[in-house]
Ligand binder design. Structure first.
Ligand code: 5GP
Length: 132
């Protein structure tokens, strides 16, 4: 099923892009738990992560790992939380969330960022990703 994430992949709606390769895309979550909260998605339209074939699942995790390391290099935080939920958007996505305490990983705990904050943060992580 096509979702808003396919529109992002196809550049029909904008995103703050962090990283991209042939099969995957990473961009900032528009309603973040913390600065740098990033979503990693496969370009193929699959709803449930458990329905990805094993190779695609592994490749998504490796891509997400590289994005998470890029985030850790430039965003001050204790850990990068990795979470897969998918209750809102039925297109596989891995949440990567910079955390300092448990409540940063709580999805009812949101922060407000300006367009400049989003843009600067995406550039920071993107440059870090390119250097790994
Ligand atoms: P989940 O499906 O894992 O429950 O949550 C979906 C996530 O996608 C939410 O954190 C939400 O803020 C994010 N999201 C929903 N629509 C958009 C969008 O159009 N652009 C971006 N960048 N993030 C979105």
């Amino acid at each position: 099923m096509s979702t808003i994430f396919t529109k992002i992949i196809n550049h029909e709606i904008p995103c703050y892009k962090v990283a991209e390769d042939e099969n995957f895309l990473a961009f900032l979550d528009i309603n973040p738990n913390a600065r740098g909260h990033t979503l990693c998605i496969p370009k193929q339209e699959v709803d449930d992560v458990l329905d990805l074939d094993v190779d695609s699942y592994k490749a998504l995790m490796l891509f997400s790992r590289k994005v998470a390391k890029s985030m850790k290099n430039v965003i001050e935080c204790e850990k990068i939380a990795i979470s897969i939920i998918g209750l809102e958007v039925p297109h596989v996505h891995v949440h990567l969330i910079p955390i300092n305490e448990m409540r940063d990983a709580n999805f009812s705990n949101k922060i407000n960022l300006s367009k400049d904050d989003f843009s600067d943060t995406a550039k920071l992580i993107s440059n870090s990703f390119s250097s790994i």
